[in-house]
Each structure stands twice: as structure tokens, then as C-alpha cells.
Write a protein that binds this ligand. Structure first.
Ligand code: TYM
Length: 339
């Protein structure tokens, strides 16, 4: 088993990242047996695909590293690094650019969403972003990739690229790449904005009230839940009653994910009650779950020396892990890689 996943070091880690992905990273790391390994990285090369602040990128990368460690990613057990220190990612992307097809990239919903009506004005990096993401996982022969629902399409693309490369350039009994499986949590695969139940919770939302940040203190978290958009109806007793109520469904989903109960059990308890009772219970649960993580984060985030050392150590291991597959890809294409 080879677990690989990444997160962009832009903005703060929010509840969607945590419940959709990072909590699963930590669980998979903890369940790892001998011979298996997990690699987690800060996707700082992806962060330059859209306008960004060069002066802030390094600090954001260190801060996100502290957030991951606070969430339970242990740099002694998992390989924790940032892409920019592992040039093999960018090298493999170039090789895979020969296999990926324009039509495949044109169909990516994230590209369509981010580019909007101004495709001509976007960076080439935003368009080829999913090819770098494919390189991120294929480089390490990833078998399992824990992500939220919004990354599923990118993972399907990674599989298509791997499949086509293997078909075109490798023999059937000696494929160059492993086809990775996305691991998406049943509850919390898609946490929505607290202000709009039809938009996903995101770091790029201009309203800070739309998301719970790992760095929020207990009062801020409670305030954001209190102000979260809802409707005037009481909660239903059955799941079907949430169908046309995206805001209610989101809050109940968050409660279920945090408490570890199925949605049906949450509704069995709160069905018939208004949000006046439910929201404070949800806020308590949130503060209990994220409070200790936040404390660890605050204690770590300013120790840039320790965080730098973690990333340097992780990057050295990652370069070593990725080199054999990269060399094999060069060779399959008829190229000789400088060593
Ligand atoms: P990013 O940085 O946007 O998000 C990191 C992880 O958090 C998940 N996530 C969510 N899950 C549930 N609800 C939400 N509202 C929510 N928002 C974010 C994402 O699905 C993701 O798992 N392209 C990736 C980073 C990346 C990557 C990779 C991931 C680069 N290379 C290779 C996996 C494998 C991204 O921008 O995620």
C-alpha cells in the first residue's frame, strides 16, 4: 500500500479540508502496516497556477505544514514535504504532457470553474494543473489517494494518463505506472459553505464567515455556526427530509462527520427541533474536535526552523522514493536521464 496526497498551501486549513481529506490522511497513516508507506505534501508548485503573493508562499507553506502536523501527520512515520524541493514532480509532469490530451483537460470541471469566461487569459499552468497532479501520485506508484469529492475527476484523469502511458510505452507485464484509487469519505466528502449550501467550503471564498478555519478560536467557531445560513423549518426526522434543504443538510452532515454517527442517528436525536437547539450542540462538538488541534497548531506554527527541518528531511526521502519510477518513465520514452 502506498498512500499519497497533497494540499495547496494557500489560505488556511479549513473544516472542509480536515473532514474531507486530512482526517483520513492521519487515519490511514495510523493504520499503515510494515512495508506500506504514506507520503503527504504541500502542493506549492500548484499554487503558482493562479495569481499569488511570492513573499507569502514560503510562510504559507510552513504554516500548512504546522497544520498537518497538528492534525496528526507524524513526520517520523509519513514522508512530509513540499513539491518545490522534489524536482522529480515537475520533470514527470513534462513527460506526461506528451500523453495527456487537450480534450481530457478541457473537460476538467475545476478548470472550467476557475477559468470561467476568461479561458484565454488563464495561465498555461492552470490548464495543465491536473497533469502535475497526476505526476504527484504516479511518481510514487500510489495505490490509495485520500481526497475530498472535488478531486475525484483529477484522480480519474491520473488513471487515464497512467493507462495510456502504459499502453503506449510499456509492455503489459512491466507497466511503468500503478493506477491509483481515490479514497473518499462517505460522510463529509463535500462540506459546503456556511453562507451558501450550494457552494463548497473553500479557502478562496471572500467571506471568512463561509468557513471554519483551523486557526479560529472557540468563540469565532461558535459565532460562525450561530450565523450559519439555515431555513425556518425544524429539522426533519428522516434523511429524505433534507433533500431540498442544502444548508440544513450541510450542518447535519458536519455534525455526523464530527460525532462519527450516521446522519439518520443525528436526525433521530434532533428531528423536530429547531436550529436554536441544534446549532449550540454542533458548535460544542466542533470546538471539542478542533480545539486541541488548534492548540497544537498555534504552538508549532512560528517554529520555522523545526518546520524547515521537517520539510528538508521529507523532501530527501521523497526524491529517493520517486527516482526509480522517473528513470523508468524516461527510459520507456527513449530518453536517458542525467543522474
Ligand atoms: P485543496 O488544497 O483544494 O484541498 C485539499 C484537500 O481537501 C479537500 N477539500 C474538501 N473536502 C470536502 N469538502 C470541502 N469543502 C473541501 N475542500 C477541499 C480536497 O478534496 C483535497 O483532498 N489539487 C489538490 C491538491 C493536490 C493533490 C495532488 C491532491 C495536488 N496534487 C495529488 C491529491 C493528490 C487541491 O487543490 O486540493
Amino acid at each position: 500500500m502506498r498512500v499519497v496526497s497533497g494540499i495547496q498551501p494557500t489560505g488556511n486549513l479549513h473544516l472542509g479540508n480536515y473532514l474531507g481529506a486530512i482526517r483520513n490522511w492521519a487515519a490511514m497513516q495510523d493504520a499503515m502496516d510494515e512495508g506500506s508507506e504514506a507520503l503527504f505534501f504541500l502542493a506549492d508548485l500548484h499554487a503558482i497556477s493562479q495569481p499569488h503573493d511570492p513573499a507569502g508562499l514560503k510562510a504559507a507553506t510552513l504554516e500548512m505544514t504546522a497544520a498537518l502536523v497538528a492534525c496528526g501527520i507524524d513526520p517520523d512515520r509519513s514522508v512530509l514535504f513540499n513539491q518545490a524541493q522534489v524536482p522529480q514532480h515537475a520533470e514527470l509532469q513534462w513527460l506526461l504532457n506528451g500523453t495527456a490530451r487537450m480534450g481530457w483537460l478541457n473537460r476538467m470541471t475545476q478548470w472550467k470553474d476557475k477559468a470561467g469566461k476568461n479561458r484565454e487569459g488563464q495561465s498555461v499552468a492552470l490548464f495543465t494543473y491536473p497533469v502535475l497532479q497526476a505526476a504527484d501520485v504516479l511518481l510514487y506508484q500510489a495505490t490509495h489517494v485520500p481526497v475530498g469529492e472535488d478531486q475525484k475527476q483529477h484522480l480519474e484523469l491520473a488513471r487515464d494518463i497512467a493507462q495510456k502511458f502504459n499502453n503506449d510505452f510499456a509492455s503489459e507485464d512491466a507497466p511503468v505506472f500503478t493506477l491509483p484509487d481515490p479514497i473518499i469519505p462517505a460522510e463529509a466528502a463535500r462540506i459546503m459553505s456556511l453562507r451558501d449550501g450550494s457552494a463548497k467550503m473553500s479557502k478562496s471564498d471572500p467571506s471568512d464567515m463561509s468557513r471554519i478555519n483551523l486557526s479560529d478560536d472557540a468563540d469565532t467557531m461558535a459565532q460562525k455556526i450561530k450565523k450559519a445560513k439555515t431555513d425556518p423549518e425544524p429539522l426533519p426526522s428522516e434523511e429524505a427530509g433534507l433533500a431540498d434543504r442544502p444548508e440544513a443538510r450541510n450542518l447535519v452532515g458536519i455534525y455526523a462527520a464530527l460525532s462519527g454517527e450516521p446522519v439518520a442517528a443525528v436526525l433521530a436525536q434532533y428531528g423536530g427541533q429547531g436550529f436554536g437547539g441544534f446549532k449550540p450542540a454542533l458548535a460544542d462538538l466542533l470546538v471539542a474536535a478542533l480545539g486541541p488541534i488548534r492548540d497544537r497548531f498555534v504552538a508549532l506554527k512560528d517554529d520555522s526552523e523545526a518546520l524547515d527541518a521537517i520539510l528538508a528531511r521529507g523532501a530527501a526521502k521523497a526524491r529517493e522514493r520517486g527516482t526509480p519510477t522517473l528513470n523508468a518513465a524516461y527510459q520507456a520514452l527513449g530518453l536517458v536521464r542525467h543522474q
